[in-house]
Design a protein around this ligand. Structure first.
Ligand SMILES: Cc1ncc(COP(=O)(O)O)c(C=O)c1O
Length: 395
């Protein structure tokens, strides 16, 4: 697989390439937002989908046991975590799954903890479901971002019912260590908090080891519900297939009943065969992808920090999303937004959308060919040089 091959995604109804105007006000901006990849899925996935297309009948479809076999085998080999087929419940996306989990396991007004800055739809999940947001901002240290264990305990003590964990963490790219996860588990046990662990990025590990929260918490009396998917790993997001792993039968039954009440669960044959082919035959593709992503992260860091000395690129341990500290440019969030759009002409994810703590940061997606990074950096560099020159003329 040549991850540097440029494929034209324009005019394909791609959110990243065709809908920047809707979000950023201009279609001329260089797109570096949206967490998907500019790569084709692995060939076995394309072949399996082609077979379904050639058959040409798209009537009601049920997910076969073989998809569950492939999924649990993947989790066992990739994450050394023993999960049985019976523990899986498929859902059309992790975000909708979390919404259903919130509705099933908490009441209106009850507290859900988010560790901020965090993937911004998490806020909508809490707010739209009329739950109360309990915030545990990540702690910024000389070694990077960590979990504020003391404040987490305060939030749990204050009565929060659920912790929505993002592991690995989008947008800051941390792969939480087993020790960090066990600190959370100890508190969740003490305060009887349900942990919903969003592990959609679990396969995208650039350094360190991903430990499923449920596995890290094995020695603790704490219930974990884990959300996973092949969508980030193999670039299948639009196929809308994800799954939830339950530990307790009673909880699983409650969730399944909730889904039935809401008529969630029409299965899609393209998603079924794509996910199964990816899990059965995608390992080699994924290993090559990870090499490419690591190289892109290093390249972006090198290029951007030499173009803009005030930029600090935080190397992600996981995900293909890079968190960049631009606070030293000295702009407030409005000024930075305007500068990125109007001066540099780039569509990046503004840090503040992930929470107030993200102000002054941006998130860049490096799941793209190398030349895509070059163009983004070129635009940022030229804008920076113009800004410096203009400031020099004024002083
Ligand atoms: C942490 C996290 N959860 C969930 C999602 C989206 O999941 P889905 O498309 O399956 O709803 C994303 C996408 O970027 C994500 O980063």
């Amino acid at each position: 697989m040549d991850f540097n091959k440029v494929l034209d995604r324009k005019n394909t109804n791609s959110m990243k390439w065709d809908f920047a105007a809707e979000r950023y006000g201009s279609s001329e901006l260089w797109p570096m937002w949206v967490a998907d990849m500019d790569f084709q899925a692995p060939q076995p996935v394309l072949d399996a989908m082609q077979e379904v297309l050639d058959h040409g009948i798209f009537g009601y479809h049920r997910r076969p046991e073989s998809l569950k076999d492939a999924t649990t085998e993947w989790i066992r080999t990739r994450h050394s975590w023993n999960v049985s087929n019976e523990q899986l419940v498929f859902t059309p996306g992790v975000v909708p799954a979390i919404s259903h989990l919130i509705q099933t396991f908490t009441e209106k007004g009850e507290g859900v903890i988010l560790q901020t800055p965090v993937y911004y739809p998490f806020y909508m999940l809490v707010n739209n479901n009329e739950r109360t947001l309990y915030k545990n901002p990540l702690k910024e240290t000389d070694e990077g971002f960590t979990i504020d264990v003391e404040n987490l305990e305060e939030q749990m003590k204050a009565g929060a019912k659920m912790l929505l964990l993002c592991s690995p963490h989008n947008p800051i790219g941390r792969v939480w260590t087993e020790e960090e996860l066990q600190q959370i588990a100890a508190l969740a046990e003490k305060y009887n908090v349900l942990v919903v662990s969003d592990e959609i990025h679990a396969d995208l590990i650039l350094s360190g080891v991903h430990v499923p929260f449920s596995k890290a918490a094995e020695g603790y009396d704490v219930e974990t519900i884990t959300c996973m998917a092949p969508s980030k790993t193999f670039n299948l997001a639009a196929l809308q297939l994800s799954y939830v792993v339950f530990e307790k039968k009673a909880s699983q039954k409650a969730y399944e009943a909730h889904l039935q009440r809401n008529f969630v669960g029409i299965d899609n044959p393209f998603a079924t065969v794509a996910a199964e082919a990816a899990y059965r035959h995608g390992t080699e593709w994924l290993e090559e992808l990870l090499v490419h992503l690591r190289e892109n992260v290093d390249y972006l860091k090198d290029q951007l920090e030499s173009a803009i000395p005030e930029a600090h690129v935080i190397k992600p341990e996981g995900t293909y999303l890079v968190w960049i500290d631009l606070r030293d440019l000295g702009m407030d969030k409005k000024e930075l937004e305007e500068w990125l759009r109007q001066e540099a002409g780039v569509a990046l994810s503004d840090g503040h959308i992930f929470g107030d703590e993200g102000a002054g940061f941006v998130r860049i997606n490096v799941a793209c060919p190398r030349t895509h990074i070059d163009e983004g950096v070129r635009r940022l560099k030229e804008a920076y040089e113009r800004t410096i020159q203009a400031a020099g003329r004024k002083s």
